[in-house]
Design a protein around this ligand. Sequence first.
Ligand code: CA
Length: 184
Amino acid sequence: MRTQITLPVTADWNSWSTYTARIPLNAGTNTLAYVYGSGDSGHVNLDSLTIAPPPPPMLVLEAEDAALSSGAIALNDHPGYSGRGFVAGYWNSGATTAFTLQASTAGTYSATLKYSNGSGSAQTVSMMLNGVRTQITLPATADWNSWSTYTARIPLNAGTNTLAYVYGSGDSGHVNLDSLTIAP
Ligand SMILES: [Ca+2]
């Protein structure tokens, strides 16, 4: 299958640039050739080819499917959520939504929490990553039918990790949680 590509000019013949294409590979043997073909202009030098796998896909976890405890409950009485609903009950001190995350390799990932906070002012909850607590502040949304996101960069171990959002001691709680998106 042929695709004509355009290689912009480099400063001179001692200068090099790169051209990246996303290509579908079959399992087994594939052939990729760069050809001065009919209708091409040719006249380039080629140095090397780097093949890299695609980045891991984003992972979306619904809060209502996570492990809920200490008064956290799944509800669906406000629109705009994904999945079956969202987690409420953060008027109960101790309310916990705990996600189990599997990471194939250790590294830093982004964890984006979709939440609603119609209380009219910023609220705080604790983000517990493998037992380590970080208090986060979730700004107010327009009302309880509006949603916003809070993104944190989190280090994950290879294997199983636990990320929980808790109405802990010193937190103000009073938010609803819809989903968590994990991305590299
Ligand atoms: Ca949801």
